[in-house]
Design a protein around this ligand. Structure first.
Ligand code: UDP
Ligand code: MG
Length: 309
């Protein structure tokens, strides 16, 4: 018998939190009368996290565990959890007790007309060095992507299993999960959720994430806008450079041929023109190269929602 829900919990050095969260989840889900499994992913913990998880596994067969050989980070933990999940609904939670399992029924309710329901930690009870970078991150996302959410990177979310299983998360891409899901044509919504301050253990993420995050943002933006047509990005700027270079050379030629001045009289413009022409050709070939890569890769370019007969 497959369970209805799969609760995926990545945990790195959360020894004190693991058993407490287990108790909270069990209470809520037995009251809600839902069948479920809890999958802990121990992401290379160096404390007793796995020993704690193991104890739960022997005590309760609904608890499953995956132990990573080393710290592979949250994207990998999600991927392993999604692959192992048997439920038709997948819920992810952080292991740190900051997310409140009492919200799970509300997630399930919202999932009735959505494929992914994101939590929005409101009010968020984290120190300023976490909330400020997060505000910047969310604002940037709202400006750059069509999907409008308050909180793009909440560890607490619920989704239909196919949406989760189709994702290819690596690096820090888990932070863009709702954008990647909506890119596949799934419906994404959000609900405000209760948030608790961290009591035990330490946060694994800090201020420096704002810098590494900038690269991921470029990757996701590029992936979502140009994967299937890299020439549109590079070709466009290439053409502009070519055009400007052409005009620059025309300008120099005009003074040479009509006014009879020497080429060296307009040396800067001459050089700028050459530079722009070379740049244009380079960018254009980069775009074509991108097209070549994109064409030879066998990625899925569409998702069918339904077929009849
Ligand atoms: N986590 C993980 N691998 C890591 C870092 C964190 O599995 O390399 C887990 C961590 O145990 C927690 C969740 O991801 O369950 C969120 O981490 P944390 O609470 O440190 O992040 P924050 O909420 O402070 O952003
Ligand atoms: Mg946390």
């Amino acid at each position: 018998m497959k369970p209805e829900l799969s609760i995926i919990i990545p945990a790195r050095n959360e020894e004190q939190n693991v058993p407490l969260l287990y108790t909270e989840i069990t209470e809520v889900l037995s009251a809600a009368k839902r069948s479920y499994e809890i999958i802990y992913i121990d992401d290379g913990s160096t404390d007793k996290t796995f020993a704690q998880i193991k104890q739960l596994c022997t005590k309760d067969k609904r608890v499953r565990a995956i132990r990573f050989a080393k710290n592979f980070k949250k994207s990998a933990a999600y991927m392993a959890g999604f692959a192992a999940a048997q439920g038709s609904v997948i819920i992810t939670m952080d292991a740190d007790l900051q997310d409140d399992p009492a919200e799970i029924p509300r997630f399930l309710e919202a999932l009735n007309d959505s494929d992914l329901v994101m939590g929005w930690k409101h009010p968020r009870l984290d120190p300023w060095w976490k909330t400020i970078p997060s505000k910047v991150f969310n604002l940037l996302n709202r400006c750059l992507f069509r999907l409008r959410l308050h909180d793009y990177d909440c560890g607490f979310k619920a989704m239909r299993a196919p949406a989760a299983k189709e994702l290819n998360l690596y690096g820090d891409l888990y932070r863009y999960l709702p954008i990647l899901v909506s890119r596949l044509g799934y419906r994404v919504s959000e609900i405000p959720v209760k948030h608790h301050p961290r009591k035990f253990g330490r946060s694994k993420y800090g201020f420096k994430r704002i810098f590494t995050g900038a690269f991921d943002l470029i990757t996701v933006k590029f992936l979502s806008d140009f994967t299937q047509r890299p020439l549109h990005l590079f070709g466009g700027t290439g053409l502009v450079a070519l055009g400007l270079g052409f005009l620059a050379e025309l300008y120099v030629l005009y003074f040479r041929l009509v006014e009879g001045e020497l080429f060296v009289a307009h040396l800067p413009m001459l050089l700028l023109g050459i530079l722009l022409l070379v740049l244009g050709v380079q960018l254009f070939s980069l775009g074509l190269l991108g097209e070549l890569v994109s064409a030879s890769r066998n990625v899925q370019r569409y998702r069918i929602a339904e077929t009849l007969n």
